[in-house]
Design a protein around this ligand. Structure first.
Ligand SMILES: [Zn+2]
Ligand SMILES: [Zn+2]
Ligand SMILES: [Zn+2]
Ligand SMILES: [Zn+2]
Ligand SMILES: [Zn+2]
Ligand SMILES: [Zn+2]
Length: 208
């Protein structure tokens, strides 16, 4: 990670800026021989290319002369920044050191739906999602009272044995779905039955 990419609420001092990434320094280190400072990672990356000189003045350097600058580190992390979601409307402002804690509870931080439906949403929208949208939300069948996920409910709807339905033969009878097959087979006036004489299928109520 290069320098800090936060949105600062306090004034950013010019001397905090890393000459390599031009951001306020993250874990600043100082080359004690020349006094130049850089982010730890920025300087490491620069030196990893095999040049052992200060990126600013090209003076030769050795690792023994590079020290963490604790004072500047303290100064920077005690500066106030805005929440990373301030453009979404979060008004939180506090020290850099408190930001991670805040983001864990910020209502604008996207979170996974606790039902594992794979939706990613802000805490602000989560309640609404769980109540109305989540494909794994629990709901209750209005006919049999069974609780199940919304996904299962889609299949259950239209087949619940406790739902009151009209006979599909349009005989006018209405009953719970669980009585329907017995009705259409044995009771319905509009069921088809074979004629006892010729064997052809007739509607029951047209037979003499
Ligand atoms: Zn840097
Ligand atoms: Zn230097
Ligand atoms: Zn926030
Ligand atoms: Zn969900
Ligand atoms: Zn049901
Ligand atoms: Zn019927």
């Amino acid at each position: 990670m290069p320098g800090l990419q936060h949105t600062f609420a306090d004034r950013v001092r010019r001397r905090w800026l890393c000459p390599l990434c031009h951001l306020p320094m993250n874990d600043p280190v100082q080359i004690t021989t020349c006094g130049h400072r850089f982010c730890d990672t920025c300087l490491q990356e620069f030196l990893s290319e095999g040049v052992f000189e200060c990126p600013e003045d090209k003076l030769a350097l050795d690792y023994a002369k590079i020290y963490p600058d604790e004072d500047m580190h303290e100064e920077i992390i005690n500066t106030k920044v805005r929440c990373s979601h301030w453009t979404d409307g979060c008004y939180w402002v506090d020290k850099v050191t408190r930001l991670q804690d805040h983001l864990r509870t910020c209502k604008y931080t996207p979170v996974q739906c606790p039902n594992d439906c794979s939706a990613l949403l802000t805490r602000l929208r989560l309640d609404d999602h769980l109540e109305h949208e989540c494909s794994r939300r629990q709901c209750k069948c209005e006919f049999c009272g069974m609780r199940m996920s919304w996904e299962r409910m889609e299949h259950h709807e239209g087949s619940c044995p406790q739902e009151s339905v009209y006979c599909e033969n349009k005989c006018g009878a209405r009953m719970l779905r669980r009585f329907l097959s017995n009705h259409t087979l044995n009771e319905c006036a509009k069921r088809t039955v074979p004629c006892p004489h010729c064997g052809k299928q007739f509607l029951y109520d047209t037979l003499p």
